[in-house]
Design a protein around this ligand. Structure first.
Ligand code: DQA
Length: 144
């Protein structure tokens, strides 16, 4: 089985973007650790970060992955289209946020994804992606 990791807009800036909120690890460092863990778990792994909504949507349409881990970033709070893409291909997904969006501005409290997610992980920084990967692996076990 294969996992598709998707990261939305501005997450390419991790490491220098508001480090008090998002930490000091770069996206490359986070992804490298996840890829290594996925290999240990015997899972296929693919990653895409994009600042463009349609690029993320096209990746969802085209993927041969069995499970998605997604941090939609600002699209969390705006994108019916990205939500519809995940529902359209019927792929299970876990939603991850580095920060606790409920402890931030009111416009971040609503997610277009959470009610359809297998699970949601918030506020634990990069560790959240690792926890999502472990949970995804558990789910995929036995599905070859
Ligand atoms: C984020 C939270 C979003 O509100 C924000 O727009 C982001 C990152 C997070 O990981 O905490 O870009 O998804």
């Amino acid at each position: 089985p294969k996992i598709l990791l998707l990261n939305g807009p501005n997450l390419n800036l991790l490491g220098r973007r508001e480090p008090g909120l998002y930490g000091s690890q770069t996206l490359a460092q986070i992804v490298e650790a996840l890829a290594a863990r996925a290999a240990e778990l015997g899972l296929g792994f693919e990653h895409l970060q994009s600042n463009a909504e349609h690029v993320l949507i096209d990746a969802i349409h085209q993927t041969d992955a069995d499970f998605v881990i997604i941090n939609p970033a600002a699209f969390t709070h705006t994108s019916v289209a990205l939500r519809d893409a995940l529902l359209g291909v019927n792929l299970p997904f876990i939603e991850v946020h580095l920060s606790n969006i409920h402890a931030r501005e009111p416009f971040r409290h609503h997610s277009y994804f959470s009610d359809k997610a297998v699970g949601v992980i918030l506020g634990l920084g990069p560790k959240g992606y690792q926890l999502a990967l472990e949970a995804a692996a558990e789910r995929l076990k036995g599905s070859n």
